[in-house]
Design a protein around this ligand. Structure first.
Ligand code: IPM
Ligand code: MG
Length: 457
């Protein structure tokens, strides 16, 4: 299997977090034999600087040829004074339209380790938060007619919100289908006590609901939905809403998860056009270039890419599990770590998730040697460190006299020379990244698919 991924790092922290997402996809490739080809192109402010256009034709062509698009973020104060068509955000909106990505899925889950790390009290979020926000992405105010004209006392400005029956039907139907695979509950959010588009939204939703008698539906006004989300987030399953409401509510959802840095998104659209995956957080220019941005939103977006663009469910779950494991270990970027909690950097997290995902996906031989992995040398089993593009990871060696055969999976790194075997091997699952890094000098010599045991075992 081979997938072409268009990589659009964009602005601010975009490049830093996307680097880690690509690292994790490469780790998945290394462990499974799935192949990815990555091709990079500019978008947003970076593209304005390079070409004068926030979504240049070359970028569009690359995207349309790809199987999936992985995007970082766009925007920054540097381009705030550009005319509307040259704003970085205009590039993103054109990209979404170009690939027909009308359905933006923003899953919001609270990791148990993080209850209380966000702004909400643990007793509010502690009952579990697992909401899928389904945001309409190619209609409404974002794409309506807008302008300015002379008006009383100066000017008059307007934006228009329009929705057609068809636009509402397709997004709402998608929400119902997704609810079927979850807890069977849809909350449709509108402002039908005031807005005509919302009245049509509610009518269409009620009609679509009759096609899904097994799914429960409720309607909330957007103001009330905002309050319910912070008062009792555990009651929500799938929340479907129009573009602007979805933009606002998904940032609110980020606070439920603990940090906006954690949230991924998948923008799915028309048959035959590539889906788009991007973290929800935006370009965060204030922390760009400092190596402290949380890459989990981007890495989790890569997991959604595996699921929705490649149909690789096992691999998607492994990445999601790897994220959970790394969070459970307490590896946290500054947006999540509190007083007294050590701070991890963007790259630390990326490497740790990549390593864990690889372990989870490694074929049987590695998994089978349970005792050896837990760190007991002897009994014909030892552990060595193997170097590869993703850092250094332990492999279990099975004894064959004084020579030890590296299991087939272990041979994936650059291999050749004898691998010095550690007398007291670290455990595969608890090795901290810093620790693994220290093993570098000896592991670097690992360049053969057979290893001679120098000591121990
Ligand atoms: C988002 C962002 C974008 C949006 C901006 C950058 C145009 O806020 O993806 O939520 O409003 O859709
Ligand atoms: Mg937003």
């Amino acid at each position: 299997m081979h997938y072409r991924i268009a990589v659009l790092p964009g602005d601010g922290i975009g490049p830093e977090v996307i680097r880690e997402a690509v690292r994790v996809l490469e780790a998945v490739a290394g462990a499974t034999g799935v192949r990815f080809t990555f091709a990079e192109a500019p978008i947003g402010g970076a593209a304005v600087d390079a070409t004068g256009d926030p979504f240049p034709p070359e970028t569009e062509a690359l995207c349309l040829e790809a199987d999936a698009i992985l995007l970082g973020a766009v925007g920054g104060p540097r381009w705030d004074r550009e005319p509307p068509a040259r704003r970085p955000e205009a590039g993103l909106l054109r990209l979404r339209k170009a690939v027909g990505a009308f359905a933006n899925l923003r899953p919001v889950r609270l990791h148990p380790r993080l209850a209380g790390r966000g702004p909400l009290r643990p007793e509010v979020v502690g009952t579990g938060v697992d909401v899928l926000i389904v945001r309409e992405l190619t209609g409404g105010l974002y794409y309506g007619e807008r302008g300015r004209e002379p008006g009383p006392g100066g000017e008059r400005a307007y934006d228009t919100m329009t929705y057609t029956t068809e636009e509402i039907e397709r997004i709402v139907r998608m929400a119902f289908r997704l609810a079927r695979q979850r807890r069977g509950r849809v909350t449709s959010v509108d402002k039908s006590n005031v807005l005509e588009t919302s009245r049509l939204w509610r009518q269409v939703t009620e009609r679509v609901a009759t096609e899904f008698p097994d799914v429960q539906v409720e309607h909330l006004y957007v103001d009330n939905a905002a309050m319910q989300l912070v008062r009792n987030p555990g009651r929500f399953d799938v929340l479907v809403t129009e573009n602007t409401f979805g933009d606002i509510l998904s940032d609110l959802g980020a606070a439920l998860a603990g940090s906006i840095g954690l949230l991924p998104s998948a923008s799915l659209g028309s048959e035959g056009r590539p889906p788009l995956f991007e973290p929800v957080h935006g370009s965060a220019p204030d922390i760009a270039g400092r190596g402290i941005a949380n890459p989990i939103g981007a890495i989790a977006s890569a997991a959604l890419l595996l699921r929705h663009a490649c149909g690789l469910e096992r691999e998607a779950r492994a990445v999601e599990q790897a994220i959970d494991d790394v969070l459970a270990e307490g590896l946290l970027t500054p947006d999540l770590s509190g007083p007294g909690v050590p701070v991890a950097g963007t790259e630390d997290i990326g490497r740790a998730v990549a390593r864990r995902a690889r372990e989870l996906l490694a074929p049987e031989p590695l998994e089978a040697t349970g005792d050896g992995r837990s760190g007991e040398a002897g009994d014909g089993v030892a552990v060595a460190w193997i170097a590869d593009a993703y850092g250094f990871r332990p492999v279990v060696l099975e004894a064959a006299g004084s020579e030890m055969a590296v299991p087939a999976d272990g041979a994936r790194g650059p291999v050749g020379d004898p691998i010095p075997v550690r007398e007291e091997p670290a455990t595969a699952t608890t090795a901290a990244p810093g620790r693994a890094e220290q093993e570098a000098p000896s592991a670097r010599r690992a360049t053969g698919n057979r290893a001679r045991v120098r000591k121990g075992a």
